[in-house]
Design a protein around this ligand. Structure first.
Ligand SMILES: [Zn+2]
Ligand SMILES: [Zn+2]
Length: 466
């Protein structure tokens, strides 16, 4: 089947231009100057719309077990919601907890995703226990399983935590096999002391989740990770869910020195704050408990994060989508903030929320497309199959309407959540049509996709390194 996407403005990392896009089967066949494409084919009218590569959300947690419950989106519900929001690929995290086997963990995640996804998907691997066996498994995953990035944790002792020696060993292994180390950079040992002290003072409300995870401890861990990566032989390092100015400054310094050091942020850190959301009255703030935490609006974090996106000190915006319902799930932490499952759901809203940054003059059109699609593809070994509108690439394409309007609400979202972290927020733009490997899966709000359409994407090594 062929179709011509006609009359739109294609946006890539090098800028917008008028072009018609010919799709044949699952891939992009050609780009034509306006009006010069074939006439004997189905036409999708893109007049007045941006034609962008499908979004790639490089950080999601469908069905993640956490704190005695599971993230409320399955691979079925979560990838369908992602599609509605213009995301056509997710990279989720398969999990090895401390004491478990890496290959078993990866197999378990394949079991959850296989046949259930509406869009294409890939995996990073969480290494929760660095030892001889898991180090060997890292090689096998890179070579045979299409998993070329490994997440380590400087927080959550006893569950995911790695000490500095373990981190160094995993980084040395990654240096050998060419993979990327992703880091949850918070000093969890110090944070756990602050949590116990707060609880013993009777400080149990959700806001204390944020107050016991100060930005200094994100910055300290970020700096330590950067140093360890250098000692390991300049292992490529990618710091996830960055929320603090001081941590971003450490990334900028390493990048100025020419290091392969990268970071992502998430929409929640660009739009939400410690005071307005996490500090909401009563237990309401539990909706916004995530780690790293939302930061104070009285400090420079949000302004610096937007600036970092413009300057490419922040390379990518992912969601860290990890939804929990308020009822029965977030409520596990009633009377004790440390028992609130950590996570915010947002896989459906990332493309819109970052487009609002364009409307607000905080981001260029080019950086919008780079941070949500092109750079994730390059960073994580999916380029040029994904992340770009070019002949030979998968036909993952979003028609985005800059004249449309989106109101984010639990009433209209498709995620399996009983609330929205962004309730009532207005976006001056709208996802119009979503195409995944040549199939139209969303058209003007109507769902045309199906469970099982999404395929596993084995990834190569990063093509973003200098
Ligand atoms: Zn994390
Ligand atoms: Zn995460």
């Amino acid at each position: 089947m062929t179709m011509l996407i006609r009359g739109g403005t294609v946006v890539t990392g090098t800028g917008p231009f008028k072009a018609d896009v010919l799709v044949e089967g699952e891939t992009i066949a050609a780009l034509f100057a306006p009006g010069l494409g074939p006439s004997d084919t189905d036409v999708v009218d893109a007049t007045g719309k941006y034609v962008i590569p499908g979004g790639i959300d490089a950080h999601t947690h469908m069905e993640l077990p956490f704190g005695g419950t599971f993230a409320s989106d399955t691979f079925d519900t979560g990838t369908r919601a992602a599609a509605f929001g213009g995301t056509t690929t997710i990279i989720d995290f398969a999990v090895q907890r401390t004491g478990e086997n890496v290959h078993d963990g990866l197999a378990a995640w394949h079991g959850k995703a296989d046949g259930n996804c509406h869009i294409d998907y890939a995996f990073h691997m969480i290494i929760g226990g660095v030892d001889e066996e898991s180090l060997k498994a890292m090689d096998a995953l890179v070579e045979h399983e299409g998993v070329s990035s490994f997440k380590l944790f400087m927080a959550y002792p006893g569950v995911f935590y790695s000490d500095d020696g373990q981190i160094l060993r995993a980084m040395q292994k990654a240096r050998e096999n060419g993979s990327m180390i992703m880091m949850h950079a918070e000093n969890g040992i110090a944070i756990d002391v602050l949590i116990q002290q707060a609880l013993s003072r009777g400080e149990t409300d959700p806001i204390h989740h944020g107050l016991t995870r100060p930005s200094e401890l994100e910055a300290e861990a970020t700096r330590r990770a950067i140093s360890l990566a250098k000692v390991a032989g300049d292992t490529p390092l990618y710091v996830v869910h960055m929320s603090a100015s001081e941590a971003l400054a450490a990334i900028a310094e390493a990048r100025d020195a020419g290091r392969n050091v990268f970071a992502e942020t998430c929409p929640q850190y660009l739009y939400l704050t410690l005071e307005d959301q996490l500090g909401a009255p009563g237990f309401e703030g539990a909706k916004w408990v995530c780690s790293t935490p939302l930061r104070s609006k009285h400090e420079s974090h949000q302004r610096d994060l937007w600036k970092g996106l413009r300057s490419n000190d922040l390379a990518i915006v992912s969601t860290d989508h990890c939804p929990f319902c308020f009822k029965d799930q977030k409520e596990l932490g009633l009377g004790n903030f440390s028992k609130i499952p950590n996570g915010i759901g947002g896989v459906e809203h990332r493309v819109d929320l970052l487009y609002q940054g364009v409307v607000d003059g905080k981001l260029s059109l080019e950086r919008w497309v780079e941070t949500i699609a092109t750079t994730p593809a390059r960073m994580f070994g999916l380029y040029p199959r994904k992340g770009v509108i070019a002949p030979g690439s998968d036909a993952d394409i979003v028609l985005y309407d800059p004249h449309g309007q989106t109101t984010i609400s639990v009433e209209t979202h498709h995620m399996n959540m009983d609330h929205s972290a962004y309730e009532g927020l207005q976006i001056r733009g709208k996802v119009d049509t979503v195409i995944s490997r040549g199939a139209v899966i969303v058209a003007r709000g109507e769902y045309l996709g199906r469970k099982g359409h999404g395929k596993y994407l084995p990834r190569g090594l990063s093509s973003y390194l200098s």
